[in-house]
Design a protein around this ligand. Sequence first.
Ligand SMILES: Nc1nc2c(ncn2[C@@H]2O[C@H](COP(=O)(O)OP(=O)(O)OP(=O)(O)O)[C@@H](O)[C@H]2O)c(=O)[nH]1
Length: 692
Amino acid sequence: MSSVDLSTLFEHLPIGAYRIAPNGSIWHVNAALLRLNGYASENEMRRDVGEVVPNPYAIPARRQEFLELLYSRGSITNFESEMVRYKSGEHWWAREHAHTVRDEDGNLLYYEGTIEDITSERAAQFRLDQRESLLYNVLQTIPDHVWLKDTSGVYVTCNEAFAERLKIQPAALIGTRDADWVGEEIAQQFLTTDQLVMRTGTSVTFEEGYESTINPKGELHEVVKTPMRDGLGNIIGVLGMARSIQQRKDAEALLRDTTEQLELAIMGADLGRWNHDLTHEKGYFLDERACKMLGRDPRESEKGRAWGHLIHPDDLTATLQAMRAHLSGHADAYEVDYRARHTDGHWIWLSSRGKVVQFDREGNPQRMVGTLMDISGRKQAEAELRATQSELQATLNALPDQLFELSADGRYRAVHSREEEDTLYASKFILNKVVTEVLPKDAAEAFLSALNEAQAKGRSTGHQYRLDLAPGKQWFELTVVRKPTEPGEEERFIAIARDITERKITEEAIQHLAFHDSLTGLPNRRLFNDRLHSALIASHRQQQHGALMFLDLDKFKQLNDTHGHDIGDLMLQEVSRRLLQNIRAVDTVARLGGDEFVVLVQALSADEIDARMHASTVGHKILASMNEPYWLNGRQHTTTPSIGIALFSGEVAPPNEILKQADIAMYHAKALGRNTLCFYDPDMPITHSKPA
Ligand SMILES: Nc1nc2c(ncn2[C@@H]2O[C@H](COP(=O)(O)OP(=O)(O)OP(=O)(O)O)[C@@H](O)[C@H]2O)c(=O)[nH]1
């Protein structure tokens, strides 16, 4: 090559080139080097930097280092340094090659070299280094197992997670083979996939769960094997990565199970499903079963279709309210029953339950899912039940009786009280209370005996009890029967309490009439005989004297005849009243008939004389009281009595005898001129005709 050729080549080299004298003055620099230093021509550079090149290194000591190497070796290659551009002072990176040129005697003539701008190459290298270190860190940090094997199946490297599984340091794996760790058989399996990757040159992903040293529990792993290539694209090994997917698989299996169970439950309950996309206008999806409920074409399940218009107008407000309550977060779920129009035109009852399952980042509901249940049958049954109940209620209301349902221990379980305002039997007061807490003792006992009897015999009738209620005394008669119950149900009894007050009043009146005088209300002769009989027994037992006073009004016939029978009656009533006023509660006044009264005074004294004195006092008190004027029908009248007194004591005498004695004594009093009293004396003559 000629020197011209060489000079042209030098000038047009793509990298900087120079030739410098031993004293450092520039002999020649090419265009590329001028550009590197920011100059357009050699002259411009010479003008700027002078004849001798200044130190171009960012670290000045590098120049000395460069020259020492150059001079000692005669040449220098790949000398990399940070440089400063002469013109701009900007920093850049250079790679230098240089050599010295000497004459035949070995004297240095000059040195020459090339300077290559490697700033971007270094930046790229730096980024590459960073990426590599990042990759290395990632590989070491991830829990997945990562390894690299060469084409003959020898481990080249692995991450810590993989080494840890083998309980070794990563370095200990290098140079080993699968067979060293997992045995020949499994190693063969690994090799098969490695070979597949190398043969096809593509990544393979598969699931693997061999039980081995690497995987002691035989957990399922997802393995990705990728071919590794050199810069020329030749496959140099296989990179493997394994990740345990056992938990995910378990969760998937559980979810599958749960989903299947849910699906079965939905099928079993014959539920339809809906899916409401709240982000679109027509995102109302019904599944096939829901479509069928409404009589719609099951193919509609694929199209989102608004169906709010199918809801009965009367139910629309409640439905919208329930939806708003849930969407605004006031209700946990959307729950509502409403009627919807079937395609046939009739109404069906649906029970709809749902929930928002998806929200956007701002918390706005995005999607709701829910179920639909056809409850028409239930609603029909409810309506029928209501009708039956109201019929039953009407029947019960028509009954005059009170009806209770009780458990065997006398606890009220249900109450039907005819009177709405019945404060004693209102459900709110007595439900779940026992009868002893509600009723007075006697009444509660009657109730419990009736209950016991019904428990023993299945039925009880006739137990009666009395209550003192606001309107007065009321009598009730109980009928209790055992209620038919299902096996396992609590034993229950139905008790009907019938108000028998009127019957009781009538019975009591009849009873009263039988033993009392209708004009004065005083005990009559029958009752008096009983009382006298009892008094005689008591007197005998207590050894106490008593007295029987026989009292006959004087000239009563005359009053009747003169003023009429009515005045006579009034007189008899007033006499009764005065007699009652003059005796103790334990004593008895009775009317034997006509104008004849008896007064039975008991327990006067154990001593006869004393008793006689007491009896006399009572007799005179009665006499005095009777002698008071009588105002009957606005006119004053008078009357007097004749009183015969018979004392009795421990001796057992028949009642007739005592009455007879008092009667005799009374006749004696008449004979003495009336308006007086006489004690019986056995010597008294027995007479039956009154003196005139
Ligand atoms: N007003 C009225 N008079 C009666 C009733 N029962 C009897 N009497 C009358 O009572 C009178 C009884 O008379 P007596 O006791 O026999 O004779 P008396 O006129 O009272 O004369 P003495 O007894 O001898 O003083 C008769 O005239 C009867 O008719 C009655 O319920 N009401």
